[in-house]
Design a protein around this ligand. Structure first.
Ligand code: C2E
Ligand code: CA
Ligand code: CA
Ligand code: CA
Length: 279
């Protein structure tokens, strides 16, 4: 058993070494990603269940590295958070998205809500509310066109201070939504105090909605909970007509997913808007 334990330990450290080598490689590469123009923001349409119109966009970061290739945000966002690089990168995403939203409003595609993901590190930074207002002012976008997506974990880490930051942002006119709703731990009593206006139903519940009775129950419970609290709902990861039909029947307000479109470049999104899917 002792022998096994030692082998197990060796295997563990090798794996850890490999992981931290990759981490180091990513941090070093990420440091230059911004000034070497390797980052891009893509946009995924958010669709009204009522009439199928595009009513919003979620900004999603893309990183194309010359040697590493396309690195998934699921891998590099945690690295960016751990190294503090998420602050300059997050600010850059926010400015890109706000600029783009302004351009679409100018083209006559308003009201189009631009949703931007906020990491915990950004949310806890004391200058966040001012930074958001400054970017909106500089780019000339009315605050109600911006929505910030927070996960339950970010809000529940320190609920009292989260409530204060949310109140501050709300007073500035910015909307907030809870991302990946249902996967984290959020107390229902806090949900009432959080100044969010929309719940994003996590795609893990949406995936098997057509076949799994438990997922059906969970999704319909989330929609009803949101309704009774006066919140809107959007379902993520909608890929099939069957999922869409169930969500519509349950009274879900909006959807986002490959059924309509994957995240696309600003140019491609522009083309979707011009095809007449806009409100
Ligand atoms: P998320 O915020 O939950 O974003 C939704 C993810 O689901 C995106 O993955 C999107 O491309 C994917 N998705 C959309 N529709 C479908 C579908 O129908 N089926 C499936 N299977 N997937 C779908 P992506 O772009 O790889 O992003 C992964 C995560 O990385 C995001 O999850 C978010 O947590 C984080 N992320 C991405 N961009 C940013 C950013 O600018 N800032 C921060 N802080 N995080 C970001
Ligand atoms: Ca999101
Ligand atoms: Ca999500
Ligand atoms: Ca997620």
């Amino acid at each position: 058993a002792k022998q096994e334990g030692r082998q197990c330990y060796r295997f563990f450290t090798q794996e850890m070494q490999a992981r931290s080598a990759r981490n180091l490689q990513l941090v070093n590469a990420l440091r230059h990603a911004l000034d070497r123009s390797q980052l891009q923001v893509h946009y995924q349409p958010q669709i009204s269940m009522r009439d199928g119109a595009i009513i919003g966009a979620e900004a999603l970061l893309r990183w194309q590295h010359p040697e590493l290739g396309m690195v998934s945000p699921a891998e590099f966002i945690p690295v960016a958070e751990g190294s503090g690089l998420i602050l300059p990168i997050g600010e850059w995403v926010l400015r890109c998205a706000v600029q783009q939203a302004k351009a679409w409003v100018n083209e006559g595609f308003g009201p189009l809500i631009m949703a931007v993901n906020l990491s915990a590190v950004q949310f806890r930074h004391p200058d966040l509310p001012e930074l958001v207002t400054r970017i909106l002012d500089e780019e000339g976008l009315p605050p109600e066109y911006l929505e910030l997506e927070l996960t339950e974990g970010v809000a529940m880490h320190n609920p009292q201070s989260a409530i204060a930051v949310m109140n501050n942002l709300q007073e500035r006119g910015v909307r907030m939504s809870i991302d990946d709703f249902g996967t984290g731990y959020s107390s229902l009593s806090y949900l009432k105090e959080f100044k969010v206006y929309k719940l994003k139903i996590d795609q893990s519940f949406v995936r098997d909605i057509s076949t799994d009775p438990e997922d059906k129950v969970i999704v319909s419970a989330i929609i009803n909970l949101a309704k009774s609290l006066g919140l809107k709902t959007i379902a993520e990861g909608v890929e099939t007509e069957g999922q869409q039909a169930f969500l519509r029947e349950q009274g879900c307000d909006e959807m986002q997913g490959y059924l309509f479109s994957k995240p696309v470049s600003a140019e491609q999104f522009d083309a979707l808007l011009k095809q007449g899917f806009a409100a």
